[in-house]
Design a protein around this ligand. Structure first.
Ligand SMILES: Cc1cc2nc3c(=O)[nH]c(=O)nc-3n(C[C@H](O)[C@H](O)[C@H](O)COP(=O)(O)OP(=O)(O)OC[C@H]3O[C@@H](n4cnc5c(N)ncnc54)[C@H](O)[C@@H]3O)c2cc1C
Length: 542
C-alpha cells in the first residue's frame, strides 16, 4: 500500500476525483489503482474563496512491483509505502494475580487502564465514586434544569462513569505523539464511536455517542473478569514498608478495605477531598500551573463565515472551529480552549454552593452557538501561598463567589464582551442567547475574578478579534467561571510511573498532572496498566 500525503481535493469530491488525484500524484493510470481510500482528512480554509480538503490517500495497485517502483520515486512529503495498522498485541496472564490490581476512577485514564488489565486477564477491581452513565445522565440533566436544588455532589459532570469528558464535545485531538493514540481511537470505534474519528484530523465523538461507548467498555471490562463498583469512593491508601498494601473505600453499605499491591490512581482534576486526604496522609503533592477564565459564546454562523468565507454554508464542512492564542506584554498567556462548535455551555460544578462552566456538543454540532473557554494562564506565583493545594483553594474561592453572583441557585454570572471592554456591568444580554442552564445573571465579571484575569481578557479580546473576525463581537456572552482547565496539582511519580511515596501506586491521568484531555488521559491509563502488567512479570506488548 502507498500512502499519499497532502492531496488537495474539492469539498464535493467523488471516488473518481480521488482516483484522478492519486493517479496524478503517482504518475500512473487510474486503472492500475485497485483501492484508493482517504486515511486522513483535514480542512484547508486558508484561502476563503477556495476552501478544500487536504487528505492522505491509501492506494493499492494491481501489481505490487509497480507499487514499489512508483513509491520509490515519491519524495517523503508526497508519499511512501506504508504498512496497514497493526494493533498492539497485549499478552494474557496465564492466571490472575493473587492480589488483584485496583483502579480508582472510571474516567478515560481509569477506563483504558481497566480495559487493558482486564483483557490481559488481571481481573482488576474498579472503584468509581460516581454513578453509572445512565443514572448519572439523569442526575446531570436534573441539575441543569433545576439548579442547586437538584445538585448531587456524588454524581455530576465531573464524577461518574466516563469521568469529566462524558458530557463534552468528545474532541479527541491531542498534542501527544504517543503511538498508543491510534489504539485509543480504534478502541473507541470498537465500542461504537463513529468511524470518522479514524480519518478526521480533528476527531470528535460527541457526548451523545460517548455515553454508549463508555457503557460498552465497562461491559467488556466486566466480561473479561473485572469488577466495577459505582458509588464507591476511595478514602485511604494503606502503606507498609513503603509499598501499597491496601485501599479503603466507602459506599452505601459502609467502609471496606481491599488488600492489593497495585493501585492506579486515576481520580481526575476535581477530586479535591482525595487530594486533601493524600496531603494529610503525607503523600507528596506539587503545585501546578493551570488556567482560569470564562466561556465565550458567539453565533455559530459568525464563526462559519469568519473561517470559511464564501463556503460557510457548504454541507461538507459542518460547524467551524477555531483555536486562538497570544502572549501579552504582561507575560500572561491568553488562549481559547476546548472549543465546542454548535454546542452549549454546561454547568460543571462538583461541589455544592459553587458554579463552574465547561462546554459540550453532540456529534452533529448543530446548535445555534459556538463556545470556547477564553483562558488566562495562572501559576504558583498567583496562588498566594506555598501550600501544595493553594491552586485548588483559588479555584474554589472563585467558584463560590460565582455562586453568590449567580443568585445562590446555580445560575452563572455573565457579561457581554462589549461591556467587559468598556469596564461596565452588563444589565441585560443582547443578540446572543446564553446557552448555560439553569440560566445566567448579567453582571460585572471583575467582581468575580482577580484583576489580572479581567485585565488580560480585556487586553486580548480586540487582538483576538483581529485574528478571527467577530471574536470581539460586543454581544458575545462571557459566562464564568472556567476554573477546571487542568489539574491544580501534580502527584510526583518516577520513570517507572510509580509514586515516589509508595511502590505499587501509579498516579495517572489528568488529576495526577500527567495528561490534558480525553486521549492523552487514556494513553496514560494504558501506560500505567502496562507498567502494572510488567510488574506482574508480563511484558504487556511482547
Ligand atoms: C464538560 C467537559 C468537557 C470536556 N471536553 C473535552 C473534550 O472535548 N476533549 C478532551 O480531550 N477533553 C475534554 N475535557 C477534559 C477531559 O474530560 C479530561 O481531560 C479527562 O476526562 C481526564 O481524564 P481522567 O480519566 O484523567 O480524569 P476524569 O475524567 O476526571 O475521571 C476521574 C474519575 O475518578 C473518579 N474519582 C475521583 N476521586 C475518586 C475517589 N476518591 N474514589 C473513586 N473514584 C474517584 C471521578 O468520579 C471521575 O469519574 C472536558 C472536560 C469537561 C468537564
Amino acid at each position: 500500500m502507498i500512502r499519499l500525503h497532502n492531496v488537495k481535493i474539492p469539498l464535493d469530491y467523488s471516488n473518481s476525483s480521488l482516483l484522478q488525484a492519486a493517479g496524478k500524484k503517482l504518475g500512473c493510470q487510474q486503472g492500475q489503482i485497485v483501492r484508493c481510500e482517504i486515511s486522513k482528512k483535514s480542512i484547508d480554509a486558508r484561502k476563503k474563496n477556495d476552501v478544500c480538503f487536504v487528505v492522505s490517500l491509501d492506494c493499492t495497485l494491481k501489481n505490487p512491483q509497480d507499487e514499489r517502483r512508483l513509491a520509490a520515486k515519491l519524495s517523503p512529503g508526497v508519499g511512501a509505502l506504508a504498512a496497514p495498522y497493526a494493533p498492539p498485541a497485549f499478552v494474557r496472564l496465564a492466571h490472575a494475580p493473587a492480589l488483584r490490581p485496583v483502579v480508582v476512577g472510571l474516567g478515560p485514564a481509569g477506563l483504558f487502564a481497566a480495559l487493558t488489565l482486564a483483557e490481559a486477564g488481571a481481573r482488576p477491581i474498579i472503584l468509581e465514586r460516581g454513578q453509572d452513565v445512565d443514572t448519572r445522565t439523569k442526575d446531570v440533566q436534573a441539575y441543569w434544569e433545576k439548579g442547586q436544588s437538584a445538585f448531587n455532589p456524588g454524581s455530576n459532570v465531573q464524577f461518574g462513569e466516563g469521568g469529566a469528558g462524558t458530557f463534552s464535545d468528545g474532541k479527541l485531538n491531542t498534542g501527544t505523539k504517543d503511538p498508543r493514540g491510534e489504539h485509543i481511537l480504534r478502541t473507541f470505534v470498537r465500542f461504537g464511536a463513529p468511524q470518522e474519528i479514524l480519518i478526521n484530523a480533528k476527531p470528535h465523538i460527541g457526548t451523545d455517542n460517548l455515553r454508549g461507548v463508555v457503557r460498552r467498555m465497562r461491559e467488556a471490562i466486566i466480561a473479561a473478569g473485572g469488577d466495577v463498583h459505582f458509588g464507591a469512593q476511595m478514602t485511604q491508601i494503606i502503606r507498609k514498608d513503603g509499598k501499597v498494601s491496601a485501599v479503603v473505600y466507602s459506599d452505601s453499605t459502609g467502609t471496606h478495605e481491599l488488600e492489593t499491591n497495585q493501585v492506579i490512581l486515576a481520580i481526575g482534576h476535581s477530586a479535591r477531598d482525595t487530594f486533601s486526604m493524600l496531603h494529610e496522609s503525607a503523600f507528596s503533592l506539587e503545585q501546578k500551573p493551570f488556567s482560569i477564565g470564562a466561556r465565550i459564546e458567539h453565533p455559530q454562523a459568525l464563526i462559519n463565515r469568519a473561517q470559511y468565507g464564501d463556503f460557510a454554508r457548504h454541507p461538507a464542512l459542518g460547524a467551524a472551529d477555531y483555536k486562538l492564542a497570544l502572549h501579552l506584554p504582561s507575560g500572561r498567556s491568553v488562549y481559547t480552549f476546548c472549543m465546542c462548535p454548535g454546542g452549549s455551555v454546561v454547568a460543571s460544578a462538583s461541589e455544592p454552593d459553587s458554579v463552574v462552566t465547561n462546554g459540550m456538543s453532540c456529534f452533529a454540532r448543530d446548535l445555534e452557538n459556538a463556545n470556547s473557554a477564553l483562558l488566562v494562564g495562572v501559576g504558583p506565583e498567583d496562588f498566594g501561598s506555598a501550600h501544595p493545594l493553594a491552586g485548588m483553594f483559588l479555584q474554589r474561592e472563585i467558584e463560590r463567589k460565582a455562586f453568590v453572583l449567580g443568585g445562590r441557585c446555580g445560575r452563572a454570572p455573565a457579561q457581554l464582551a462589549g461591556d467587559l471592554l468598556a469596564g461596565k456591568a452588563s444589565r441585560r444580554l443582547g443578540s446572543v442567547r446564553a446557552s448555560y442552564r439553569p440560566g445566567v445573571v448579567p453582571c460585572d465579571l471583575s467582581e468575580l475574578f482577580p484583576a489580572y484575569i479581567v485585565d488580560s481578557m480585556r487586553e486580548a479580546l480586540p487582538l483576538l478579534g483581529r485574528r478571527l473576525r467577530g471574536f470581539d463581537l460586543p454581544d458575545a456572552v462571557l459566562t464564568g467561571p472556567e476554573t477546571r482547565s487542568s489539574s491544580p496539582v501534580r502527584i510526583p511519580r518516577g520513570e517507572d510511573l510509580q509514586s515516589i511515596d509508595a511502590r505499587g501506586l501509579y498516579p495517572c491521568g489528568e488529576g495526577a498532572g500527567y495528561a490534558g484531555g480525553i486521549t492523552s488521559a487514556a494513553v496514560d491509563g494504558v501506560r500505567c496498566a502496562e507498567a502494572v502488567l510488567a510488574s506482574l512479570g508480563i511484558d504487556a506488548t511482547a
